[in-house]
Write a protein that binds this ligand. Structure first.
Ligand code: IPD
Ligand code: CA
Ligand code: CA
Length: 270
């Protein structure tokens, strides 16, 4: 393959170190929606990533969270989340990353998730496996939901429409626990390296999931939507896991979609 991955890694490292300089200064935030935060760091990181990508690949399309789609006629499209985990970042909570992915004719071919705080660079190339700081990674071998650690997230936009609390409750009753890191790309990278057995979320955007989906697939895991259909970067929801718990997780989700709750919520008594 062309040195796309190498270039992406270089850009992610540069953008990641830019993010840490902003992080140390504890900058403020603005609101894009009621609870949807954005900072100067999101914009600066995207500006850097897009400039670098344009200078390397002037004909490629780029879809970035803060700048929208820079469309070209090319088969190649980059997805850029310049700061995934903005809410964490804005509160000084050290869990965020920069993530880039490259698609060719609708197929993901490169994925990068870089966590500058822990200096962890997760990379994947289609057909060549997934890596963490150059070491090959694989999904976990836990085969039962009951012994799994999962992660999910809740949208910043239109959160009053989110039904995820129902899924959160059911899964938390029959697993080792659910984490909510505030950074979907890291959640997916953690599934790829076996720190988590699985992840699901509603309403994510292509820039949140593109790199992580390839990481999970290349690490031996499985992605679909929460009903078992083919996963796409456009959602509307994603379930990604080590493959071994996939069917069991989808059965549980299926019950919730049909209003069948294995564990009713306990009533609140004063
Ligand atoms: C958010 C994070 C979070 C997820 C939200 C995303 P952002 O991305 O990935 O974990 O739950 O749905 O929007 O806004 O920090 O780039
Ligand atoms: Ca994001
Ligand atoms: Ca973002």
């Amino acid at each position: 393959m062309h040195n796309y991955l190498e270039t992406g890694v270089e850009i992610a490292r540069e953008a990641g170190s830019l993010l840490t300089t902003f992080f140390e200064r504890r900058i403020g935030f603005e609101l894009k929606g009621d609870y949807d935060l954005v900072t100067e760091a999101d914009r600066a990181s995207e500006h850097l990533a897009v400039e670098r990508l344009r200078s390397h690949y002037p004909h490629h399309s780029i879809l970035g969270e803060e700048g929208g789609l820079r469309q070209s006629a090319s088969d190649y499209r980059w997805y850029v989340d310049p700061l995934d985990g903005t809410t964490n970042f804005a509160h000084g909570y050290p869990a965020f990353n920069v993530t880039l992915a490259l698609e060719r004719a609708g197929e993901l071919i490169c994925g990068i998730v870089y966590d500058p705080i822990h200096q962890e660079m997760f990379t994947a190339e289609r057909g060549s496996g997934a890596y963490l700081n150059h070491r090959r990674i694989t999904v976990s071998s836990v085969a039962r939901l009951e012994e799994s650690l999962l992660a999910t997230g809740f949208p910043s936009r239109k959160r009053h429409q989110s039904v995820n609390v129902h899924f959160f409750h059911q899964t938390s009753m029959m697993t080792h626990g659910i984490r909510r890191s505030g950074s979907a790309a890291i959640d997916l990278a953690y599934v790829a390296c076996g720190r988590l057995e699985g992840f699901w979320e509603f309403g994510l955007n292509p820039w949140d999931v593109a790199a992580g989906m390839l990481l999970v697939a290349e690490a031996g895991g499985r992605c679909s939507d929460m009903k078992g259909n083919r996963a796409t970067v456009d959602g509307p929801h994603l379930a990604a896991d080590n493959g071994l718990i996939h069917e069991e997780l989808l059965r549980l989700f299926g019950d919730v979609f049909h209003g069948v709750y294995r564990f009713p919520m306990p009533p609140v008594t004063p």
